[in-house]
Design a protein around this ligand. Sequence first.
Ligand code: HEM
Length: 131
Amino acid sequence: MPTSQPRRWPVALVRVLALITLLQVLLQAALAGGFISGHVGYLTAHSVNGSLLVLTVMALGVATILLFRPGRGPWWPILLSAVLWWMVAVQVGVGFARLVGLHIPLGASILALTGAFAWWSFSYRPRPVTA
Ligand code: HEM
C-alpha cells in the first residue's frame, strides 16, 4: 500500500511550545525561591509569568489540535493540554488566594506533567500515512 510522509511542522510547533511551557514553569519555581528568600519584587514577576503561562498553555492546546489534524498525530495530547490549562488556571487562583499548602504541591504536579510532555514531544516520531 502506498504511504506518504506526514507534515513535520505540527510536531515542531508542539515541541517549541512544550519547551517554552517547561521553561516558564521552571522560572515560576525560581521566582518563588527568590521572593521566599526575601526579594519581594520577584512576586510581581511570578504573578506576570503565571498569567502568561495561561496563554502559553492555550497556544499549546491549539498546537496539539494541529498535531492531530493535519499532523495525523495522537488525540490524547489535546486532552492533556486541556487538563494542564485547567491546572494552571486553578494554580493562578490558588496563588492569589494565598493557599500556599495547595499551591506548592499543585506547582510540583504541573512541573512533572509539563516535563513528561516535553520529553514525549521530542521522542515522538510521526509515522508515514497510508494513502
Ligand atoms: C506552576 C505554575 C505557577 C503559577 C501559574 C503560579 C501563580 C501564582 C500567582 C498568580 C500568585 C499570586 C501572586 C500575587 O499575589 O501577586 C502566586 C503566589 C505564590 N506562589 Fe506561585 N505559581 C506557580 C508555581 C509556584 C511554585 C512552583 C511555587 C513554589 C515552589 C510557588 C509559590 C508561590 C508562593 C509562596 C506564593 C505567595 C503566596 C503568598 O503571597 O502568600 N508558585 N503564584
